[in-house]
Design a protein around this ligand. Structure first.
Ligand code: ZN
Length: 172
């Protein structure tokens, strides 16, 4: 089931999310809903707070080429356990900040540990777009948005645009 995505500014996007203690069918269903919502948007990553659920859960699929096999991943309690000194700069966007983009520099390669949907611990090394996406989504779990990496002027400009967009959305 597709869920509505919260648009910045929203207090729920600024909260530190709670760890997932026990996996349940409800949480697996939530992960499925998030993947449906992400693919429909369309986007390459989504964090639970973006649909108003303040739990440490992210989903992503950074396979973008047509004809390549999709790789939907759901990560419960994801954690970056190592990151490279080498960095990468990507033009980032966010489903909670539609049509706004900004360059963000982050470690290029990261090791991530998480619990999968069966409750098993997974560890994997991510590089390039996958690494950027995982870091962007984990930031959401800590109440941080990509615009927090931009200058104050640019951040305020984007926030004002989003406030205007939200006013327009409630009017229709
Ligand atoms: Zn985002």
């Amino acid at each position: 089931m597709k869920r509505p995505i919260l648009i910045h500014p929203d207090p729920r996007l600024k909260k530190v999310c709670a760890p997932v203690a026990d996996l349940s069918d409800d949480l697996r269903k939530l992960a499925d809903d998030m993947l449906v919502t992400m693919y429909e948007a369309p986007g390459i990553g989504l964090a639970a707070p973006q649909i108003g659920v303040l739990s440490r859960l992210i989903v992503l699929d950074c396979v973008k080429e047509d004809g390549e096999t999709p790789r939907p991943v759901a990560m419960f309690n994801p954690e970056v356990i190592a990151s490279s000194d080498e960095t990468n700069t990507y033009e980032e966007g966010c489903l909670s900040i539609p049509d706004q983009y900004g360059e963000v520099t982050r470690p290029k390669v990261i090791d991530v540990r998480w619990m999968d949907r069966d409750g098993n611990e997974q560890t994997e090394t991510f590089d390039g777009l996958w690494a950027t996406c995982v870091q962007h989504e984990i930031d959401h779990l800590n109440g941080k948005l990509f615009i927090d990496y931009l200058g104050a002027m640019r951040r305020q400009m984007i926030t004002r645009k989003m406030q205007k967009l939200k006013r327009e959305m409630t009017r229709t």
